[in-house]
Design a protein around this ligand. Structure first.
Ligand SMILES: NC(=O)c1ccc[n+]([C@@H]2O[C@H](COP(=O)([O-])OP(=O)(O)OC[C@H]3O[C@@H](n4cnc5c(N)ncnc54)[C@H](O)[C@@H]3O)[C@@H](O)[C@H]2O)c1
Length: 105
């Protein structure tokens, strides 16, 4: 089982990427955590089909919210982080990278 944390998963690229993952891999081999603030650009309509899927979790939040990001990394055993935010600011990326770095080294 591989767990993906997708930030910005409700956006154009993010939601299409989630469809792609579910098409590519058997559903019992992946778990997808979609973390998105749902700004004007975020839209869950394209992901309604996965709403009650056991391998899919949607969490609304800001990638800069350390507390929430902390909880996600404590709750799930994340294998991959895919950043598909509107604007990938350095601060956003560095928060996530800190956790990956801690986990890998
Ligand atoms: N759309 C394209 O054709 C294209 C092509 C090449 C690269 N990209 C890059 O891919 C990335 C995503 O593009 P897109 O078109 O899917 O963008 P988008 O605007 O459709 O989606 C971005 C998503 O990020 C979410 N978001 C924004 N700020 C957030 C925050 N602070 N915390 C959590 N979620 C937040 C929004 O709610 C939205 O769902 C961008 O970095 C873009 O530069 C896009």
């Amino acid at each position: 089982m591989k767990t993906y944390l997708i930030t910005g998963g409700a956006g154009f690229i993010g939601s299409n990427y989630i469809h792609y993952l579910f098409e590519k891999y058997p559903h019992d081999t992946i778990q997808i955590i979609n973390y998105d603030l749902l700004t004007y650009a975020g839209n869950l309509d394209n992901l309604k089909v996965f709403q009650h899927h056991p391998s899919y979790v949607f969490i609304q939040g800001d990638v800069c919210d350390r507390k929430k990001i902390n909880t996600i990394f404590e709750t799930y055993d994340i294998d991959y982080v895919v950043n598909l935010l509107q604007k990938v600011m350095w601060i956003e990326v560095s928060i996530i990278h800190r956790y990956l770095f801690k986990r890998m080294y």
